[in-house]
Write a protein that binds this ligand. Sequence first.
Ligand code: NAP
Length: 323
Amino acid sequence: MFDFNLSMPTNADPNTLYDLIIIGGGPAGLTAGLYAARYKLKTLMLEKAVISGGQLTATEWVENYPGFPEPILGQKLAKDMESQAKQFGLEIINESVIDVDLAGSIKKIVTDYSTWQAKSVLIATGSASRKLGVPGEKENAGRGVSYCATCDGPFYPDKIVAVIGGGNSAFEESIFLAKYASKVVIIHRSDDYRADKIIQDKVMANPKIELMPGYAVQSIEFANSDDKHLVLVEQGTGAEISFPADGVFIFIGHVPNTKLFEEKIELEAGYIVTDRRHFTNVEGVWAAGDVEAKSLRQVATAVGDGACAAFWINKYIEDWTEN
Ligand code: NAP
């Protein structure tokens, strides 16, 4: 685990009119922050978590970020991105945004502590783990139900864990979980997996991981610690079976963090619609990273989005006038 510096910066001031406020401190926000700070824009990042990096902080190894021929720890990459942006003057404060007023030339961002003002806003709020929505999921979250293998995998030494999903996350995180668990079973509703072939091959080669295609989760029954199991339904026949598991990790994709922006910004299936400059339909408001309506969501694409958005924001600030 990395030693994060959790000290709060002291320079942020709610009386300042910032050039740019970035909401969200994942790879897109941190890259935009780095570029904006280097453009000498007075930039503030609002990140609700004390550790920046977004989903990177819940990723063990990153193998496909250019420049690192050996896999790099997600938390290390996140920490380095944050340090680099701060070095150039990005201010980060840990507050949760609860409301936004984006209509005028001066944008107001309300957090649980203050109201911040800026000439422009970049939304980089990313996405959150999709929930299965079955009985027992919410009730047992943090008590056997998890969405983060890096965070919770070590709690299952020599235990049996179920992983739900069939994409890259389910497969990659299963490999991590297999370091601790005695057995990892990937339960997927079909036999058609979205995970990249290279990751599928690694899973197949791992003797601790089994595939269980063709089953959907009907409920998670963890109330009785002596009899923890999932109720699964066989697709096609509808037959119910009981699957004993000490824990379940759910990796079934993500939903965008855009609740704050509903009715305020144009969305498509919940994601923010942007143009090639990452400009939204609201004057002075940009979006970057996983929160955007787009086809590929990776660290590499988030970083590119953030850099590009900052470039156009800088041009916008050069011409900015208060209405
Ligand atoms: P994903 O690729 O969208 O896959 C989601 C999986 O969950 C699919 O197998 C889907 O099944 C299943 N699913 C969705 N809703 C479900 C439900 N209600 N019940 C049961 N199963 C459900 O999601 P992801 O694996 O989280 O990956 C997200 C993005 O990040 C992808 O673009 C992925 O490539 C990327 N990623 C990349 C890497 C990497 O490159 N190293 C690592 C992790 C993630 P169906 O196929 O049946 O819909």
